[in-house]
Design a protein around this ligand. Structure first.
Ligand code: HEC
Length: 146
């Protein structure tokens, strides 16, 4: 039984990486990555608000995933990938250094937040700090829903 669980976890990790590695198209890759960001943030917000039981290990795992996603973000916006079914605004490639710096800031905030998660109150503050990076970048670089 234990082996099965371990194997299943291994498959999950491998297939998680596979999502990014297999699809060649950077637009669908980054959209999948961003959807994952949203899932992680939703899990964190639920815990921070007390809608789900506080679990430090799970919170840490979500923050770690966001950290990894953020590290991969700059490379998924290569030059010339503004065409197609994308909400990425062309201004990204006019200010790529700022865009990349925002991804890096998210990475660092998500990393820093992992260190001291001991209770719900801490998580609340951490989620807010991490989440600001999402809205901040979208504000400038993502097409608004009409
Ligand atoms: C460095 C800038 C940046 C940061 C930081 C960022 N995003 Fe995004 N996000 C984008 C851009 C640009 C798009 C549009 C991508 C596209 O359509 O090609 C996007 C798209 C999305 C989408 C829509 C994906 C889809 O299905 O098309 C979601 C959901 C999302 N982001 C959530 C998040 C969350 C949650 C965070 C924070 C944990 C975050 N993002 C951080 C730039 C960013």
């Amino acid at each position: 039984m234990r082996t099965i669980v371990i194997v299943a976890a291994g498959v999950l990790i491998v297939s998680g990486l596979g999502v990014l590695a297999q699809q060649g198209d950077p637009i669908s890759q980054r959209q999948a990555l961003m959807k994952n960001n949203q899932e992680q943030l939703r899990a964190l917000t639920g815990m921070a608000r007390g809608q789900a039981p506080f679990n430090a290990a799970m919170a840490q795992a979500s923050l770690q995933q966001i950290e990894q996603n953020a590290r991969q973000t700059p490379a998924l916006f290569p030059a010339g990938s503004q065409q197609g079914k994308t909400d990425a605004l062309p201004v990204i490639w006019e200010r790529k250094a700022d865009f990349d710096a925002r991804a890096s800031k998210l990475e660092q905030d998500a990393k820093a937040a992992q260190a001291g998660i001991t209770d719900q109150a801490f998580l609340q503050a951490a989620v807010q700090r991490v989440g600001q990076n999402c809205g901040g970048c979208h504000e400038t670089y993502r097409r608004k829903e009409s």
